[in-house]
Design a protein around this ligand. Sequence first.
Ligand SMILES: [Zn+2]
Length: 520
Amino acid sequence: MTKILYSNINIFDIDKFESYETDLLIEDGVVSDIGRSINYDKNTEVIDLRNFYMLPGLVDSHGHMTHLGKNQYEVDLRDCKSEFEVVEKIKTFLDLNNNLSWVNGGGWNQEKFDIKLLPDNKYLSMNFPDIPVTLSRIDGHAIWCNKKALDMANIQENTPVPDGGEILKKDGLLTGILVDKAQQLIRNIIPSESIADVKKWILKAQEICLSKGLTEVHDAGISSIQFDAYKELINENKLKIRVYAMANQELFENNVSKFKSELFELKSVKLVADGALGSNGAALIEKYQDSDTYGILILDKNKLKNLFLKAFKENFQVCIHAIGDKANREVVLALREVLENSNDHQFDHRTRIEHAQIIKEEDLKDISDLNVIASVQPMHCISDMHMAEERLGSRVKDSYLWKTLINNNILLIGGSDFPVENSSPLMGIYAAVNRTKFNNSPYGGWQPKEILNLKEALEMYTKNTAYGSFKENFKGNIEIGKIADFTLIDRDISLLSNHDVLECKISGTIVNGEMVYKDF
Ligand SMILES: [Zn+2]
């Protein structure tokens, strides 16, 4: 049995919203005693926590581990202002990452270049003659390739242009830019990810998440190879963060079985009902304000009903990406019909709407009555508030409803959707309690009636998310008998004003009793 005594801590009681000084004994990953005079034997490791403040372990309810890790191994070109800077960035990247057989990058935008012209492959090919280089434009609608990559894909001046795409040429010669559908010519030969790659990416993401105080991540839609990678990491004892994984639709439809180990659990499925707001893909009941479209409804009520039926039969939790008011409504209608026709009306399904960004007032009662959980990402609000105004016009009042959801007895759980947003849970909490950007604008908060208080925000990342993953009996607060997942911070968060939340420093991260990140 592993026994650890953490001494000199300030445990933060989330219900009372206050801290108390104490010691805490952990046996095999579970809290076995709390108090000032705990008896312990000589086999107990004692760790002095120097009066840090101990929060119940913070959880990200919606992130993408593989993507976060993978991004760290690609060149980020978002700040580049010239081809020269792009090449310099790649050189630095290659110095830091040896043994690469292919350079992938993204984020460039010629609108930000000093000379606002689409780039050419000449300078790129001159600097990197022997390694293929492929760089995606910021919007993903074009890819910029060097000669080595073009040659490997056998793309020449006379290559037929695929429908819906373009192969750009200058003076009859390839520029290296492939647009839209023509990108497939090169994407087909970019080496596909190996399980070793995926494991490397998950471990990288784990390192990042633990350093930000996350003890658990709900991985929002894993593929078959990602599932295999997790299983290998578990066997090799390398998984140190708790993961509650959602199978993506493909894995689920291939009849994946539920799976549980000490730190990893798969018992839910991630479905995607619509697109995203930024690209006018979120499905709306009325047309977009800034475009002649209703968005894209990927799963309508009937498709959703079939997926609900399969999931409930196999006792899977359903977590559905729904951003637009139309997508959110279809989810509610489908779920209601499925439950009304089932024998067990009290079935504890805990269906989650992931994002739940735009919801019509008249749908709130159904969401509440059906006990649907809203899995929201506060950072999206502060990043996208002005974009949402453009897309939605006056309907923006229906977006990023947090206090309204709580007032309608809908449980909120918090996440970041990393790597879309920063994985720091403190940033998410900041966004939830301020609804301002980090420069404090707009003053007083955007749609301030939806601002949460600090207790509500902390609950989103602790006890609520435990409920959202069927673990409320095991974690979410700090008491005897609960799993020892904790986040250590350097000050009493309850005494901070909402604007100062980011002044907290993460001092340590403890998962299953073990200190897996420390900064002291
Ligand atoms: Zn996501």
